[in-house]
Design a protein around this ligand. Structure first.
Ligand SMILES: [Zn+2]
Length: 224
């Protein structure tokens, strides 16, 4: 029994000590005063030869001398200086390019891809409003199963180019507008039935003059 009492007493003593310790800790932490530091981060440049840090603190001393009423708030202990990094030309250019690419891709994702009234009869399977692409027209004669292909390129939407093609098939004075229209008129004159199907061969999101030159090499390659 005595032993038990002793152990209990010991336990109680330990507990009280621990709580006392915790209290002292708390008082210590509450007493710790956070220093309010204001940072001055001038951008660093190798081209600047003057010692900006020294000049800045000299200014502080001259503008807020010890007898100044703001000296308590603004002094060497409350104001610190550290140079900040600035992006180099490579970073500036790459971020600029990224922003432009993102904008164009966002536009492409938000814009409509098809404005056909009858969606199933869309000439490009619901993608007729795609822009700047290389497309292929496959013309097949229904009786003989002869197949011919025509590859074209457009900077506008496919729909506008498609409409131009269709008008060239319809209007006689536009007969020789493209090799495709010439072929269509030949079939029409020979009273042969045919079908035309369209597909995208290549899509370039950023259609620049450089890529234009490259793709012009195989522009309007025909094999009838
Ligand atoms: Zn469409």
């Amino acid at each position: 029994m005595l032993k038990r009492k002793q152990t209990r007493q010991q336990k109680n003593e330990k507990k009280s000590k621990e709580t006392a310790n915790e209290e002292t800790k708390e008082t210590k932490t509450t007493n710790r005063r956070k220093r309010c530091i204001t940072w001055f981060n001038p951008p660093y440049s190798k081209n600047v030869s003057s010692n900006i840090g020294k000049k800045f603190f000299d200014l502080l001393n001259s503008c807020f001398p010890p007898n100044h009423k703001l000296h308590k708030i603004i002094n060497k202990n409350t104001i610190k200086l550290s140079y900040s990094c600035t992006p180099n030309i490579k970073q500036i250019i790459s971020s600029h390019n990224k922003r432009i690419i993102n904008e164009s891709s966002n536009k492409a994702s938000t814009t409509k891809l098809c404005n056909c009234r009858d969606k199933p009869s869309c000439p490009l399977q619901g993608k007729c409003l795609e822009q700047s692409l290389v497309y292929q027209a496959t013309i097949s004669e229904t009786n003989t199963n002869k197949i011919g292909t025509y590859i074209g390129i457009t900077e506008n939407t496919f729909k506008t180019r498609f409409n131009q093609h269709m008008s060239s098939f319809r209007l006689h004075h536009k007969k020789s507008a493209t090799a495709l229209s010439e072929h269509v008129w030949k079939l029409k004159d020979n009273k042969k039935d045919f079908k035309i199907s369209w597909k995208i061969i290549e899509k370039s999101a950023a259609y620049s003059t450089k890529t234009k030159n490259a793709t012009c090499a195989f522009r309007k390659s025909i094999s009838f």
